[in-house]
Design a protein around this ligand. Structure first.
Ligand code: XMP
Length: 518
């Protein structure tokens, strides 16, 4: 892999994603990992990420300097650029000019390999106090800014280069091109990380992990992650995988059909559906508190799943046979954020959404644990999953229950389902799906307001539209949906959904608001 060294800022994961967008496999590694760990991964190149620190600070994060002597291509970014300068004998100092944000950069000479043929002056995204004053011996300086006399350098003999700015962010419009040039032209790497190759190697890994007679189970939520994970495992072990779909009655219009019909048709997977709507609604009756709703749903989900496990085992249970593997759609960002590259071999039931019987231990099969969301989608397409599943917006496990502010009832669910479907249809028709991360549609069941429809006064509920744009759901901004689209949605919802007489738009970013209302 290309190893992206994390110096403790938020940038490493984003860089790793950009490298994969250039179709080269990358992993994030901690800066203080021992040299042996770096070398064991046989890195095709090393990228030093940005960081919060000055290279002269006492607690400045460092890496083993022997990494520079291994003949491995190195690309330094921001702090990583300064770090490599200091390690290789150049100088870093304060210029007295800090640069933050959009900065115009002048390309020097022909721009070298990295900046050749791009515009002579280009906007880049900067964030630094110190700056490189002189490049290490043998390096050619290829760009400068007012605050960074050496804003980029390269040394083709050593297959090393670096830039002071952040090529990984959108605000550096040529950034992806520059990063790609480093990977292809300086480091000499080939783009082999394609959906077909990823799927093939994941399927081989699953076969090796589950063996010739292991049994596996996978909870399907209808979401893209569990669907792709299940499809991969199905390819690897066929009917030794059973998928379990708990229909808790809190799903959106069409979702059950997507799983039962489209997913099964595309994969041929064995599916057990648990009919649990009555049970869930029974337990949710009279409950308005969000946390209580979540707890009830989590608990009931586990019960339903347990029931399905016994059903799947059937007679085999008597012979002592067990299901050995639980398939989960864990993604790489979760793995990085929980601080783990490896591990997580065995877990107990209550720690995860799959919800397993307390006394059973499963080994986890997590085929997506090294993938980003867009890669999961690409693999899903490669496996022939329908677009409705592959392109599906994230949807919370507790479903529509946490989008009804107030008690959850069958009538309210039906009303919310109608409003949600209208919003989805119109946002798709307006071509906004690529821009919107997800758009919760929320029913304020405990609120009523006065309206007028036809000749009569109404006293109905408001529906909230909550369209957000985000990269990872950790932070989000409200999406600027065109007024024309909002108008259509509002008119349709108030006309077509009974008991709703008002549509409002949530214009809060996250933070301070969360994406969901409960
Ligand atoms: P919030 O509301 O915390 O949501 O900004 C962040 C993301 O997580 C989703 N979400 C959930 N997903 N189970 C899930 O599987 C949950 O209980 C849950 N709660 C929120 C939410 O839709 C958004 O994508």
């Amino acid at each position: 892999p290309v190893l992206v060294v994390d110096f403790g800022a938020q940038y490493a994961q984003l860089i790793a994603r950009r490298v994969r967008e250039a179709r080269i496999y990358s992993e994030v590694i901690a800066h203080d990992a021992p040299l042996s760990e770096f070398l064991a991964k046989d890195p095709a190149a090393i990228i030093l990420s940005g960081g919060p620190s000055s290279v002269y600070a006492d607690d400045a994060p460092s890496i083993d300097s022997q990494l520079f002597d291994q003949g491995i291509p190195v690309f330094g970014i921001c702090y990583g650029f300064q770090k490599m300068t200091a390690e290789l004998g150049g100088t870093v100092a304060k210029t007295g000019v800090s640069e933050f944000g959009r900065t115009m950069m002048d390309v020097a000479g022909d721009g070298g390999v990295l900046h050749h043929g791009l515009t002579d002056t280009q906007p880049v995204w900067m964030s630094h106090n110190d700056a490189v004053q002189s490049a290490p011996e043998g390096f050619t300086v290829t760009a400068s800014t007012p605050g960074a006399p050496v804003a980029a350098f390269e040394c083709l003999d050593r297959r090393m280069a670096g830039v002071q700015y952040h090529p990984e962010v959108m605000h550096s419009p040529h950034g992806q091109e520059v990063l790609t040039r480093f990977l292809y032209e300086v480091a000499g790497l080939k783009p082999t990380w394609t959906a077909a190759n990823i799927a093939e190697s994941l399927i081989a890994d699953i076969k090796a992990q589950v063996g010739d007679d292991g049994l596996a189970i996978c909870g399907l939520s209808g979401g893209v992650d569990s669907a792709v994970a299940a499809a991969l495992v199905q390819r690897a072990i066929g009917d030794r995988l059973t998928c379990v779909f708990v229909d808790h009655g809190l799903l959106r219009a069409g979702e059950r059909e997507q799983v039962q019909t489209d997913f099964v048709a595309a994969t041929g997977a064995r599916l057990v559906t648990v009919e649990a709507e009555e049970t869930f609604l029974g337990h949710l009756a009279g409950v308005s508190d969000p946390e209580t709703k979540r707890k009830i749903i989590g608990r009931e989900f586990i019960r339903s799943f347990e029931g399905a496990v016994s059903e799947v085992l059937g007679d085999k249970a008597a012979t002592g046979q067990t299901i050995d593997f639980l398939v989960q759609g864990t993604l790489y960002p979760d793995v990085v954020e929980s601080g783990g590259g490896s591990g997580t071999a065995n877990i107990k039931s209550h720690h995860n959404v799959g919800g397993l019987p307390e006394d059973l231990e499963f080994s986890l099969v997590e085929p997506l644990r090294l993938l980003f969301k867009d890669e999961v989608r690409a693999v899903g397409r490669e496996l022939g999953l329908p677009e409705e599943i592959v392109n599906r917006q994230p949807f919370p496990g507790p479903g529509l229950a946490i989008r009804i502010v107030g008690e959850v009832t069958a009538d309210r669910l039906s009303l919310l389902r109608k409003a949600d479907l209208i919003a989805r249809e119109e946002l798709t028709a307006a071509g906004l799906d690529g821009q919107i991360w997800q758009c919760p549609v929320v029913l304020l069941a405990d609120v009523r307001s006065v309206g007028v429809q036809g000749d009569g006064r109404t006293y109905g509920h408001p529906i909230v539209l909550r369209p957000v744009s985000s990269e990872d759901a950790m932070t989000a901004d409200w999406t600027r949906v065109p007024y024309e689209t909002l108008e259509i949605i509002s008119t349709r919802i108030t006309n077509e959904v009974p008991d709703v007489n008002r549509v409002v738009l949530d214009v809060t970013s996250k933070p301070p608001g969360t994406i969901e209302w409960e």
